[in-house]
Design a protein around this ligand. Structure first.
Ligand code: 6PG
Length: 239
């Protein structure tokens, strides 16, 4: 099965289309269950999308107070560090829309070693209702794609790709900063919906590997058990 892909003109169109998908997923989850469990992506790509969500019409129309925010991975740096995925989302979105403060759940990066941070964050996922197979089931998980085919902080060849019991694991990444925590594949694949945001010619090879089902690319292992996955990519990345 090839991953459904929506090809758009440019980075701005990725941001706009991504924002529309997020707004749609949030509104339908809240309409159905009164709450939306959303895991945000890290890296730079989502910046434009978060900025679009922080402006009308999305800033006014999305039921932000009913969203519970997590991160699909995080760097083990202070939340105020420029490399923090939480900081990116806070500055571009969370400080600009009416979220419920205790529904923003960053990784507890100051709890200790990356292993301790991973364990604590795994417990925080108790807040997310379990799906049919018992894993925390997010309504939507946003992901990016690395040039080497990684996603979240699941990097090629890392034993964490075989993890089938822990929800969150600490990893040493090849992309700086090295110390990170990441959702594991069972959590990612338990989601109702996964959206990849991909832009730029640098991602072309990785995206082609994902689309061809090359399992050496961790992003190609994202196959929600009972859910949907979509790639939103610009022409530069989609080739
Ligand atoms: C991270 C991300 C990572 C990212 C890709 C793409 O914390 O670095 O989770 O998986 O999404 O590396 O990064 P860019 O969007 O910066 O290209």
């Amino acid at each position: 099965m090839t991953t459904p892909i929506t090809v758009v003109d440019d980075a701005r169109a990725v941001a706009l289309t991504g924002a529309a998908r997020i707004a749609e997923a949030v509104s339908s989850a809240v309409a159905a269950r009164g709450v939306c469990f959303l895991a945000l992506a890290g890296g730079e790509t989502p910046r434009g999308c978060y900025e679009v969500l922080a402006r009308p019409p999305f800033s006014d129309e999305v039921p932000w107070a009913q969203v519970v925010f997590f991160w699909s991975d995080e760097r083990c740096v202070p939340l105020t560090d420029p490399a923090s995925n939480y900081r990116l989302a806070k500055e571009t979105l969370l400080d600009r829309v009416p979220v419920t403060p205790d529904s923003v759940v960053p990784a507890p990066v100051d709890a200790g070693t990356p292993e301790v941070v991973a364990e604590r964050y795994a417990r925080a996922l108790d807040r997310v209702p379990g799906g049919p197979d018992g894993w925390p089931r997010f309504d939507l998980i946003l992901l990016g794609l690395g040039e080497d085919g990684h996603t979240a902080s699941l990097f090629p060849g890392d034993p964490v790709l075989e993890e089938r019991s822990a929800r969150v694991r600490a990893v040493r990444a090849s992309k700086p900063p090295p110390d990170r925590i990441t959702f594991t594949l069972p959590v990612l694949n338990a989601a109702r919906s996964i959206v990849f945001l991909v832009q730029g010619a640098g991602k072309r090879e990785a995206l082609a590997r994902v689309r061809s089902g090359d399992r050496s690319a961790p992003a190609a292992l994202i196959r929600p058990t009972e859910g949907r996955v979509e790639v939103i990519a610009d022409r530069s990345a989609a080739g």
